[in-house]
Design a protein around this ligand. Structure first.
Ligand SMILES: [Zn+2]
Length: 359
């Protein structure tokens, strides 16, 4: 099983040891093993309000943390930069850590920096997070460019040339359509749900899902309850500001016991809002498959990046429940294999096959 988006590197910076199964982590090596996960894209997420030089430094620290985790557990995990490498790791029972960069802020205005991060193993770039940046407009932005910026077009061309995956989760609709029009390779949405089922602006419309299928791309369904259900979104909004403040205070001083406790208390309060579960996750898979076809849909859980997980799908060890539910709904073994990872590896292979240079 392969997951196209997990936010574990941010947790590594918060002093999390991925070799230890602890109550609050959604992802760690023991849970990944139990969940039958063979590999996942771990995101170098940089907050949208950082300035580019701070973001670059922060992304480099996240990279260091990934390599340190892989270095500490060489028999369990390895940084992997291709589908072929992933296949080799499966044979050895090693978890493949693929690296994606979530938010293009760390590259600033520099193609050289894109190259530098690629050399360190980054294989996809989520163009934006929740703000416009030098590359493009975000779904939560203010339409700075009306889609891709002139520099963003350069980035897109270079990513196509290098076989890096263009990830349009978090992008504004205008950015999405610019990339559909201009990209010479298939595009992906590593962690996005269906707007027809939940109206969040981060989700993809049916036209967008059809466009992904038309360019032979990929969408990984996100487990974040606010992207799965409008009802949940309303209840959650009333509590999230307080939780965000507690989390920010904790990140500032991760060894401060009172801040850890305040953050955990805020999470407990959020947990009282009724949440969608496995059923809703598979509803989004069903809808995406109905619109895109079975070859273009996968899983982009967003585990470790979501404060709350769906009911009964609290962490990555419970991943198989999604496929049990798909089986119950009549999906064949082959179709479940596609959604549970084969489609992600296939789109990556297609993008690599179009690359002109490996740098
Ligand atoms: Zn995200």
């Amino acid at each position: 099983m392969y997951d196209s988006h997990q936010d574990t590197p941010s947790q590594l910076l918060r002093l999390r040891d991925p070799g230890i199964d602890n109550n609050y982590s959604q992802v760690d090596f023991p849970k990944l093993k139990k969940g039958g996960v063979d590999g996942a894209f771990w995101a170098l997420y940089t907050p949208p309000d950082y300035d580019p030089s701070l973001a670059e430094d922060y992304a480099a620290r996240l990279l260091d943390a990934i390599y340190a985790a892989a270095g500490k557990y060489p028999d369990i995990a390895a940084v992997t930069t291709s589908p072929a490498g992933a296949l080799e790791n499966v044979g050895k029972g090693i978890f493949s850590i693929f690296i994606g960069m979530e938010n293009g802020l760390p590259i600033g205005n520099s193609i050289e920096k894109l190259h530098a991060f690629r050399r360190r193993g980054v294989r996809y770039l989520t163009l934006t997070h929740n703000a416009d940046n030098a590359i493009a407009d975000s779904a939560a932005g203010s339409a700075t460019w009306g889609g891709l910026s002139p520099f963003g077009r350069e980035v897109l061309r270079e990513m196509n040339r290098l076989g890096m995956m263009v990830d349009l989760s978090h992008s504004a609709d205008s950015t999405f359509w610019d990339c559909i029009k201009l990209s010479e390779a298939p595009v992906i949405a590593s962690h996005s749900c269906c707007r027809a089922l939940c109206s969040h602006r981060r989700n993809l419309t049916d036209d967008m899902l059809r466009a992904i299928a038309d360019v032979d791309g990929y969408v990984g369904i996100n487990f974040y309850p606010a992207f799965l259900s409008d009802d949940f979104g309303k209840g959650y909004e009333s509590l999230i500001d307080e939780a965000d403040a507690a989390e920010a205070a904790f990140i500032e001083s991760p060894a401060d016991a009172s801040r850890i406790e305040a953050w955990h208390r805020a999470q407990d309060r959020l947990a009282t809002v009724p949440r969608p579960g496995v059923k809703e996750v598979v509803d989004h898979i069903d809808h995406a498959v109905e619109i895109c076809g079975i070859d273009h849909v996968g899983i982009g859980s967003d585990f470790d990046g979501i404060l709350l997980a769906p009911t009964g799908l609290d962490n990555v060890s419970m991943m198989p429940l999604v496929f049990t539910e798909m089986n119950r709904r009549g999906y064949s073994k082959e179709d479940i294999e596609k959604v549970s990872g084969l489609n992600l590896m296939s789109v990556w292979g297609r993008i690599l096959s179009l690359a002109e240079s490996t740098l």
